[in-house]
Design a protein around this ligand. Structure first.
Ligand code: NDP
Length: 245
């Protein structure tokens, strides 16, 4: 049987580790050529590519910081020249800089918003242009349960992720008739470096399923949204959070 995503070129921002790595592996396993973006952690990105190649997949790594508009556009233009297309875009790169609002520095506020929101703009715009021309494409952004549920110390992160969800809903409406689907996956607590300081004793209290999620459990939903199995789904936020409501 033909793989679900064969002949698709996918770009995953922040694809070197955590949820991004799991998405890269899942898309590659399903036949996509996967471009693994990283900002600083070259070693992890190369390990991700190594895992893709070991399992018979194809891909490459590319270094750019999504907050830098010129560097991002230059790299995406080069990728488009080389491959002729980017069919799947996963806006996964994200950072947290938790602090109580009264103590939050302007840098902590700006870094989180820049990565999530400015990063979404910088990456999506050049990728979308060629999707519009081809009248086909799949965009998924990784938000968070924090977009919807308030958490102490996360005003910057919640604002960024809620903004991302709003941007995706509007973009989905703009491009729906052009054959481009835009969706959001909103994970709860997922076992990656990002939650290494989270107090484990709270997990059973706040997650109805009583455990954190695995990156692969997010990646499988992303893969579904990028496939024709999700052909009538756009502008949606799909939660992957063990029942946090
Ligand atoms: P990690 O901290 O493990 O990984 C973050 C990734 O983002 C890294 O690969 C990093 O690349 C990349 N990144 C950060 N800033 C930039 C940038 N400016 N340009 C390019 N890449 C960048 O996080 P997770 O895997 O946990 O998180 C992935 C996404 O999922 C994020 O958007 C996060 O907000 C979201 N999320 C995570 C949850 C969790 O519980 N883990 C819960 C809800 C949402 P490099 O190392 O090269 O800098």
């Amino acid at each position: 049987m033909k793989p679900l995503l064969s002949n698709q070129v996918a770009l995953v921002t922040g694809g070197g580790r955590g949820i991004g790595q799991a998405i890269c592996l899942e898309l590659a396993k399903n036949g996509s050529y996967v471009i693994v973006n990283f900002r600083s952690d070259r070693k992890s990105a190369e390990q991700t590519l190594g895992l893709i190649l070991q399992t018979g997949g194809k891909g490459e790594t590319v270094c750019f910081d999504v907050t830098d508009p010129m560097e991002t556009e230059k790299n995406i233009d080069a990728l488009l020249k080389c491959h002729g297309t980017i069919d799947i875009l996963i806006n996964n790169a994200g950072v947290a800089a938790d602090s109580l609002f009264v103590l939050m520095s302007s840098e902590e506020w700006t870094q989180v918003l820049n990565t999530t929101l400015q990063g979404f703009y910088n990456v999506t715009k050049p990728v979308l242009k060629q999707m519009v021309t081809k009248k086909r494409g799949f965009i998924v952004a990784i938000s968070s349960v924090s977009a919807r549920l308030g958490h102490r110390g996360q005003t910057n992160y919640s604002a960024a992720k809620a903004g991302l969800e709003g941007a995706c809903r509007s973009l989905a409406a703009e491009v729906a008739r052009l054959g481009i689907r835009v969706n959001v996956v909103a994970p709860g607590l997922i076992e990656t470096e990002m939650i290494q300081d989270f107090p484990r004793e709270m997990i059973k209290q706040i997650i109805p399923m009583g455990r954190v999620g695995l990156p692969e459990e997010v990646a499988r939903v992303v893969r579904f949204l990028c496939s024709d199995d999700a052909s009538y789904i756009t502008g949606q936020v799909i939660s992957v959070n063990g029942g946090m409501i």
